[in-house]
Design a protein around this ligand. Structure first.
Ligand code: ZN
Length: 556
């Protein structure tokens, strides 16, 4: 790490979680969309005729051979006339066979998409199961969580320390499933993970049973999630874990908060994980009840930075405040909390409860969650501190490409979904100009879209409706355009003239300014508007909380 060039350190400091490096890589590639991208990213007829209900992932993880073998029993409901069924599993993992009622089904392969044909009629409104047998040595994650797959490491005592991380690349990198975000298993996932008997697996939800197999010197840990879960949230973490926990009195009663850390890190974790209940307190205030009381909340130590794995948020921030000890905002506020605990837990509301229906709308995950960091700061250190923090995040904005990605192609947009997206939300808060209303909107999103997969339009429309202000041009400007809007103005003959430049057609965001120290709203449009002034040469300043630029076109 000490040999890392300064520029890399700077870039790393400006990154938040999983998607930044990955997104940057995507834009180096040819923007054309491949056949596999379409199979992977679109709602094909082979996907839409059935509704995913449940997975039972039953696997053995062998640290010696670095392999995973087992089955995924998938329950689904038939919605319309049966077609072939599409699922994904990425090489080098192999789909060995697919069974239904004891009969092996015919399977054809197209890239890493598989198409299953049925022997028996699939009747509309009925539920069925298939059992997918699979195995192999899954892709090793080179740089998790950005370069996903399985991480095989050892702890300080030489014991295996293993974890999955697959945001972006997708859960099909290690197990077969319906690998598209629009459809989540309505009644959750049961995970049965067999590991060497001296190790423990920690997965999502609650531990319901541990079975010992003395003849094989293994144990199987059964973890159950009862709520819908996004595919990339399903995870395994295997190591020499110790547990501690607490109960948190939250908005929906007592929440079980459990922590699993490597044996040697227990003391450090007991001090550092105090930020977990602080997160819960701040984010329940702003976003409403934690969305998974039934499945509990966990922090689980992982051999990489961290990830928003639902109800088992993984942690690898080195028991330091900030982002690996650094302040991404450069304001000092970023060192008041453990970035990974707050950011990845914030995703329980935006990513896990409210999930994008298409990867192109991933701003719904990252913009709100990055924004949640400033809400955490505001809750504990005051409104000015929160605003300073989110403005500090502007250092990382690229304005390189649109925040909204390519639909139907498993293609996310610019990494600006983090820093610029959070500043868009902070700017919208200024426009709403009513803190109580703003909090109601944030909490209303959590309630209205609870446990749903959504499109950007639903979120945008909801925010416009609830605020009573048409925010559509603001969303267009910041999500569908790279330009930072510019307030052009000049003062002449005791008159201010102003308009929006560098903006989308019809951009009409009201903006707050100070003229001679007096706060005033300007209803700016893309054509000139006049305002009579009391003095000939007043001072003029734009409210810093708007992420815009301003230009006196005649100069000072
Ligand atoms: Zn994130």
């Amino acid at each position: 790490m000490n040999k890392t060039p300064l520029i890399s350190l700077l870039l790393l400091a400006l990154c938040s979680c999983a998607q930044l490096v990955h997104a940057a890589d995507l834009f180096k590639q040819d923007a054309s969309v491949s056949h596999q991208d379409i199979l992977r990213g679109s709602l094909t007829p082979e996907r839409t005729w059935w509704d995913l209900k449940h997975y039972h992932l039953d696997i053995n993880v062998d640290p010696i051979t670095r392999s995973i073998h087992g089955t995924n029993t998938m329950t689904y409901k038939v919605l319309s006339e049966e077609k072939r069924m599409q699922i994904e599993l990425q090489a080098p993992m192999v789909l060995e066979k697919v069974m239904q009622n004891g009969q092996e089904l015919n399977v054809t392969q197209d890239g890493y998409s598989y198409f299953i044909e049925f022997e028996k009629e699939q009747k509309i409104a009925q539920e069925y199961k298939i059992v997918m047998h699979f195995g192999g040595q899954p892709q090793v994650a080179e740089k998790p969580p950005w370069d996903g797959g399985i991480t095989w490491k050892e702890d300080n005592n030489g014991l295996p320390f293993i974890a999955s991380a697959c945001q972006g690349i997708g859960a099909s990198i290690w197990w077969p499933n319906k690998d598209h975000p629009y459809d989540e298993p309505d009644s959750g996932v049961l995970m049965s993970v067999e590991v060497p008997e001296h190790l423990m697996d920690v997965s999502n939800g609650r531990l319901i049973k541990v079975e010992a197999h003395p003849e094989r010197k293994t144990k199987t840990y059964h973890w159950q999630v009862t709520n819908p879960i996004n595919n990339y949230g399903v995870n395994i973490n295997i190591g020499d874990y110790v547990h501690f926990g607490e109960k948190y009195q939250g908005e929906q009663g007592l929440l079980d908060m459990d922590y699993y850390v490597l044996r040697d890190n227990l003391t450090k974790a007991k001090a550092q994980f105090k930020d977990a209940t602080r997160t819960m307190e701040a984010l329940e205030h702003w976003f409403g009840p934690y969305p998974f009381y039934q499945d509990s909340f966990k922090l689980v130590e992982a051999p990489y930075l961290g990830m928003e794995h639902q109800s088992s948020v993984t942690y690898g921030n080195g028991y330091k405040n900030g982002y690996l000890g650094r302040d991404r905002s450069s304001t000092g506020w970023g060192l008041k909390f453990d970035f990974i605990i707050i950011h990845e837990s914030g995703h329980e509301w935006f990513a896990n409860s409210i999930t994008d229906k298409d990867l192109a709308d991933m701003w719904i995950h990252e913009s709100f969650t990055t924004y949640s960091e400033s809400l955490f700061v505001e809750y504990f250190y005051g409104k000015a501190a929160g605003a300073e923090y989110v403005r500090g995040m502007r250092l990382g904005i690229q304005n390189d490409s649109n925040i909204i990605g390519v639909y139907g192609a498993h293609r996310e947009g610019s990494s600006d979904m983090y820093n610029k997206g959070s500043n868009m939300l902070h700017t919208i808060r200024q426009v709403v100009d009513n803190d109580q209303k703003w909090r109601e909107i944030l909490r209303g999103l959590g309630e209205t879209f609870y446990h749903q997969t959504v499109e950007t339009k639903q979120v945008e429309d909801y925010m416009s409706e609830q605020s009573g202000k048409d925010l559509s041009k603001i969303f267009d400007q910041y999500l569908r355009d790279t330009r930072v809007p510019m307030l052009e103005y000049f003062i002449k003959d005791k008159e201010l003239r102003y308009r929006w430049g560098n903006s989308v057609k019809g951009f009409n965001m009201p903006v707050k300014v100070e003229i001679n120290g007096k706060a005033q709203w300007l209803s700016a449009k893309t054509s000139w508007t006049k305002l009579a002034l009391e003095s000939a040469k007043p001072s003029f300043e734009v409210d810093a909380n708007f992420y815009i630029s301003a230009l006196n076109i005649l100069g000072k």
